[in-house]
Design a protein around this ligand. Structure first.
Ligand SMILES: C[S@@+](CC[C@H](N)C(=O)[O-])C[C@H]1O[C@@H](n2cnc3c(N)ncnc32)[C@H](O)[C@@H]1O
Length: 408
């Protein structure tokens, strides 16, 4: 067996060991599993904290006011159940994604950099879990004074070594006093450093990402953040709009940071009664700038192959369309709703034996439908009949479009 194939075989085994290790360590926190339904989560929380406690929490949580947060942070026991337990599966998935990358960053860095930093650590569950899994100290920072001392308590449970500071990323230089961590990581915190700016009229998330990076429209404080942590790797997991990746990349680029190859992915996570998706990003210094469309395509890969019967109705529809290199465009139109509710672009295309209809609106909707040649006429006449009805009733205006999909 050659070296490459040995490495390929070894990889899933290491991944399995990493996943088991993270799962075991998260288990030491003794929190409810966030894959439970809301009702079962509450039952499990009641078994730990008592029924009265959970009923108080449920009442406050429904009211969504400041008192709800204060209640959750009022004791470590509450915080670990309501704040960490609420997203325990997300924590597990995100830590399992970070673990091999952090290990690799530790191996690359010098012996003085054998520590990590978690920003926006909250209770520091991520720091406590990853410190135990990697056997290295982690510094956890969060500006919320209600979290003071909690990361150390979390580390007592996991067997990790965590030192916490009530500090934001602005204060990071003072916390580090010249020491360089091998890597900095954060879960759900970057939006506090650089909020996402929703833009209107976007028919292509991919182009929005590319424009952000080209124009380097970064907030000063975000560039400063990258300067503070350089040359440490940065690992983030964020619930984010698809083009937020572009905004973060734009801030990273002037300081020499790029998303590394294979360092961008969607993770399926869960909180009680709900599934969600998180974007995981790995930035490091000195990596080549990616090709124009690659960030969106990479983020949603692996993508399903183009084949008759394929219907995809979310942002990955755009990634699928852009990943088809040799498509022949058959027609393109732009449909504008006259009540101001939005505009849709539509393209019919052919790629080999597959015929496709791709639609994108300026409100974030994306859809791709693929059929075999024999069904193409039916698909198109249904779309055209519907369009004609809307034109005749004065609902929309339709124009031909001459902009290739890659430039939408
Ligand atoms: C969504 S919570 C995530 C907490 C934790 N990482 C987790 O996964 O449960 C975001 C955290 O970011 C912190 N935060 C807000 N602004 C920050 C800043 N400028 N620097 C660092 N952390 C910040 C908040 O106090 C909060 O604890």
């Amino acid at each position: 067996m050659g070296r490459a194939s040995r490495r390929k075989k070894a990889q899933p085994e290491q991944m399995r060991r990493d996943n088991n290790s993270i799962s075991r360590i998260v288990g030491r926190l003794g929190v409810p599993d966030s894959r439970l339904s809301y009702a079962d989560f509450c039952k499990r929380a009641a078994a730990i904290l008592g029924r009265d406690d959970v009923e108080k929490w449920m009442a406050l949580e429904r009211a969504l006011d400041e008192r709800w947060q204060n209640f959750e942070y009022s004791t470590f026991e509450r915080a670990i159940v309501y704040r960490v337990g609420w997203r325990s599966w997300a924590l597990e998935v995100e830590c399992a994604w970070m673990l091999p990358r952090l290990r690799e960053a530790l191996e690359r860095h010098s012996s003085e950099s054998q520590f990590l930093v978690e920003i926006g650590a909250g209770l520091g569950a991520g720091a406590a879990v990853l410190s135990a899994a990697l056997g290295v100290p982690v510094i956890a920072v969060d500006p919320d004074p209600r979290t003071a001392g909690m990361p150390e308590r979390a580390a007592e449970l996991t067997g990790g070594e965590v030192t916490s500071h009530v500090a934001g990323t602005d204060d990071l230089a003072a916390v580090l006093t010249g020491r360089r961590p091998a890597a900095v990581f954060g879960m759900g915190v970057f939006r506090h450093i650089q909020p996402h700016h929703h833009r209107d009229g976007i028919f292509s998330f991919s182009n929005s990402i590319a424009r952000c990076i080209e124009q380097e429209t970064a907030a000063k404080q975000t560039v400063k953040f990258f300067q503070t942590i350089a040359p440490s790797d940065l690992l983030l997991s964020e619930q984010a709009c698809p083009d937020y990746v572009g905004e973060i990349s734009a801030a990273a680029y002037p300081t020499g940071y790029e998303i590394v190859a294979g360092g961008l992915t969607q993770l399926e996570v869960a909180v009680p009664g709900e599934k969600a998706t998180v974007t995981a990003m790995h930035f490091a210094e000195g990596h080549p700038r990616p090709a124009k469309h690659s960030l969106l395509v990479e983020n949603y890969s692996p993508l399903p192959a183009l084949s008759p019967g394929l219907v995809v109705e979310d942002v990955s529809a755009e990634a699928i369309r852009l990943s088809v290199k040799d498509a022949q465009s058959l027609f393109m139109t732009e449909t504008t709703w006259l009540d101001g509710s939005g505009t849709m672009r539509r393209e019919g295309f052919r790629a080999g034996h597959v015929y496709g209809l791709y639609e994108a609106t300026d409100r974030g909707f994306r859809r791709i439908k693929c059929v075999a040649e024999r069904d193409w006429g039916t698909l198109i006449s249904m779309a055209r009949d519907n369009e004609k009805f809307m034109v005749d009733t004065g609902t929309v205006e339709v124009h031909k479009l001459a902009i290739p999909v890659s430039d939408w």
